[in-house]
Design a protein around this ligand. Structure first.
Ligand code: F3S
Length: 402
């Protein structure tokens, strides 16, 4: 791989041990993927920082990097952690777990990383079309590539951290024009109206990920546009849960979608109602006890919409938990009274998948997110998937009303 003089210097260890270690890994990955050079990045986002996921080995790895003098060279944010940093006590968090999770976060902060603790960096980091970035949360990668037109591969957490340290990523895959060309079309034209009516964008996303695998797909026939941010988030998160792709091209959404794109693509897979029903049936727990919403993290606007809905029905009758970024705390603080009057619980810094729901909620839940349904099922939870509207009706005890 071609390296600039500065990159050679980093690799030789002239600029310190931490940078050398990071550069070695970035170059190794680039070589394995056939990259000809590295590209400078403007932003990084790191997933997999919950102590529940990385354990002692992950914590030691981060502390070792800090001891070696690691500092990020671009603005860098991080994914949710294992609990809400302010109300962890009400989540029945184990003291040892608390202490270790805090050490993980402190190590990251010592490297110059912002403790944003959210999986929706696209709401808070100013990134633009064509910008090269290094993100490692699949829903965020898909959003950045498919909605904003920024360029990032779907990196693993440690690689994104190394890229943040050296400020570069291998120039390969979704960073280059050829890597962004579609290889198949997933066709929802037979069920586009049904998906719209039933709010099944997460189900459509799950099917898209399964069909696309690692390939860039055009998503055709879906009734969706750029203003439908909640639906896009649910759709893209589900694509990332069931498949390995980091980019889908959606008409009226993706800045790189052109009708010409579809011309050379030979493979077209049509989706029908049975495919959608199969996914819904996969997650169909009986009588779930609580409703969890916010995978990916909810925006302020989404929370306000949910609150209006719940208020209309006199408040939640079942436990209703919402997950969002700490950045929204100040404004939501003003709604504290009305949220608690309507039995709506808001959690920051964490989510239903990376925290231990069993310890503070239940083993049996409803969610509107196919990504959460997928991961919670794999952790042994009983999960039912519903549209957001139906999940909220369930929360307010009106599930039998049209
Ligand atoms: Fe975010 Fe947790 Fe879902 S990190 S995308 S809310 S699994």
């Amino acid at each position: 791989m071609y390296l600039t003089k500065e990159e050679e210097k980093i690799l030789s260890g002239e600029l310190g041990e931490a940078l050398q270690l990071a550069m070695k890994s970035v170059v190794k990955v680039g070589d394995a993927l056939g990259a000809e050079k590295l590209v400078k990045i403007t932003n990084a986002h790191i997933s997999g920082i919950s102590y529940k996921n990385i354990g002692d080995a992950g914590l030691e790895f981060l502390e070792d990097l800090v001891n070696k003098g690691a500092r990020v060279s671009v603005p860098t944010s991080i994914n949710p952690a294992g609990f809400d940093l302010k109300s962890w006590y009400s989540m029945n968090v184990d003291r040892d777990f608390y202490a270790k999770q805090m050490k993980v976060i402190n190590s990251l902060v010592k490297m110059g990383i912002k403790p944003t603790l959210t999986c929706t960096p696209y709401f808070y980091s100013k990134i633009g079309f064509g910008e090269h970035i290094a993100w490692s949360e699949s829903n965020a990668v898909l959003y950045a590539n498919s909605v904003i037109g920024a360029r990032t591969n779907r990196d693993g957490g440690p690689l994104a951290l190394f890229e943040a340290l050296v400020g570069r990523a291998p120039y390969v895959g979704l960073h280059v024009d050829e890597g962004r060309l579609p290889q198949l079309i997933v066709d929802f034209s037979n069920v586009g109206r049904f998906i719209f009516k039933n709010g099944f964008y997460q189900v459509a996303g799950y099917i898209t990920g399964k069909i696309a695998g690692n390939r860039v797909a055009i998503v055709d026939g879906l009734k969706i546009n750029k203003a439908m941010v909640s639906e896009l988030k649910l759709f893209l998160a589900a694509v990332g849960a069931s498949g390995g792709t980091g980019l889908v091209l959606i008409p009226n959404v993706s800045p790189e979608y052109k009708e010409d794109n579809a011309r050379g693509v030979e493979e077209r897979v049509k989706v029908d109602k049975d495919d959608l029903e199969d996914v819904v049936n996969m997650f169909s727990a009986k009588e779930p006890e609580a409703v969890v919403i916010g995978c990916p993290h909810l925006s302020l606007g989404e929370i306000e919409d949910i609150l209006r809905f719940v208020e209309r029905y006199g408040g939640a009758k079942r436990r209703l938990l919402l997950f969002t970024a700490r950045a929204n705390e100040k404004i939501l603080g003003r709604l504290k009274g009305v949220l608690s009057k309507n039995n709506v619980e808001v959690y920051y810094d964490t989510c239903m998948v990376v925290s231990d729901l069993r310890r503070y909620v239940s083993n049996s839940i409803v969610t509107d997110s196919a990504k959460a349904a997928y991961y919670l099922s794999s952790q042994g939870y009983s999960v039912k998937i519903m549209s957001r509207q139906s999940a909220l009706k369930y929360a307010v005890g009106r599930e039998h009303e049209d």
